[in-house]
Write a protein that binds this ligand. Sequence first.
Ligand code: HEC
Length: 159
Amino acid sequence: MRMVCITIGICMLAGLSGCGGGPKSAKGFTLPDGDIERGQAAFVSLKCTDCHRVAGIDLSVAEEEQGMSVRLGGEVSRIKTYGELVTSIINPSHRLPEGFNEEEIAVDGESKMRNYNDVMTVSQLIDVVAFLQSRYELIEYEPTDYPPFLFDDKVVATK
Ligand code: HEC
């Protein structure tokens, strides 16, 4: 009986936290394939470069005009999903990236990123996401190599 109660409790929590696929869940979200080159062109024409530089390419435009240069792309331990990238673009304040001084990238918790929702076409969004995703590079996870634990010159534990 107790187990049943715990199981029901966990299911309810999962439902509340949105993992269970409520009306606001991202379940079923898919984008058609975007075009990387068109995405790069849109990234420049929409002036994303005012505040962003992209790892590995020189977009040769006046960067840091806004006094910041948030790097997109580069080495990551997990590639950003389409869903995460779309969310960052259409709802920038949803989650501020780690590793930045919050004062530089946000004002009162609100991202300094421009709102593009009335400016960008859906095709541009799809292409920009394809372009950005292609700029992330997955670094293989390297497990830490722990030396064997020696006690009295005998191996007590290996891992
Ligand atoms: C006025 C400055 C500004 C402009 C213009 C701008 N951004 Fe941003 N952007 C930011 C800031 C600041 C952040 C970090 C805070 C955040 O996540 O909202 C950010 C974050 C992002 C992130 C998430 C980065 C991460 O590591 O989580 C993506 C993706 C992004 N921007 C894409 C774009 C695209 C695409 C455009 C053009 C359509 C654009 N941005 C234009 C300021 C800007």
